[in-house]
Ligand binder design. Sequence first.
Ligand code: KE4
Length: 427
Amino acid sequence: MATKSQELYQEAVKVIPGGVNSPVRAFGSIGGKPRFIKSAKGAYLYDEDDNCYLDFVGSWGPMILGYGHETVLNCVQEACRRGLSFGAATAAEVDMAKLVCELIPSVEMVRMVNSGTEAVMSAIRAARGFTGRDKIIKFAGCYHGHCDSLLVQAGSGVMTAGVPDSLGVPGNCTRDTLSARYNDLQTVKAHFERCGEEIAAVIVEPVAANMGVVPPIPGFLEGLRNLCDSYGALLIFDEVITGFRLAIDGAQGYYGITPDLTVLGKIIGGGMPVGAYGGRREIMELVAPCGGVYQAGTLSGNPVAMAAGIAQLTILKEHPQYYRDLNEKGDWFFERLKECVKNSGKPWQVNHVGSLGSLYFTEQKVVDYESAKTADTKVFADYCNYMLAQRFYFAPSQFEAIFLSLAHTEEMLRKTLERITIFLQKI
Ligand code: KE4
């Protein structure tokens, strides 16, 4: 007897590429098929067959408060009744912009868009417009959404121009994208020494979370700041994941490094489609209609999305202890996960920063994309499918993150560790 998820999947693949609206949701990298989710509450997901899962994806980051927070839902419902969209200036957009500028001091001016991708591509355009330069440095293993110029083969020819990593991306879209190695300042310095006067910006995930979770080694972020200052390039922090997660002022507050531009997404929207980019006033005042860097969007600053984001950010702002609780919870969980792995006699690795973490099936310490790629994705698939069968819902890829939320209780986490321990003993 086919499950409802299986039936829905059969229908979905006829009309949606791969049956999903974002590739990772297809469960392809673990050889599975997607569960079709019907609802969620707190730390739990419920699929169309009424299976209940303890969730560690959190919609890929936005659901830091847990699913279905009543205050957020009420604010969204009130906004809906006033109107779903006007395509005109609204008070909510002013409130959101003031809130972001208050919470993240390096952001003096901010523009709302509809996704992290849109925010990244706009920030890069602003950096190029401000500096009059074309080249961008990114890091192998870091993901910044699907804008053409950043879909370069990870690590391809560290000293040469980027090679497209997707069909449909013309070579000239990536020729100004230079690839460096995360946590390796020498590979960044080499680019600056070779063509520093052509480099508009360095874009980095201040905590990498798209090759699994890879923290910056001491001095890495400071080194990027210093190199950018030495060569007149801008430092862009892609805080789509880390923004409002590690601290109310993101990874830049957590590590004490100030970027020139910040990209935001996920948590800022409270579960609704919101991205944002902002930073130094002199840069952002170049963005249309003030200046010559064009960027626009029909649903940018949508009032319903603003209501969700403002509600979530306000809850986080008004409860600073939530970050202490969440980061302590992360330390507790991932340190015990390390103990579980050690006690199982397996050489696997655990990385984490605050409520973000990864279990890597490799014996190598994971500090960059090369070491992350040594992970055994077959063992990961066995682990992920086993946990799913036990009703624990983890991101279906070795190169994604575990997201903890304020809705995860110690009891939930203990049960999760117990189940992981059973898996580790089985393999
Ligand atoms: P979106 O366009 O998906 O809103 O954001 C792109 C993006 C930008 N920067 C960082 C650091 C990101 O992690 C992302 C998107 N994250 C992925 C998960 N790693 C979203 C999940 C998906 O692609 O379906």
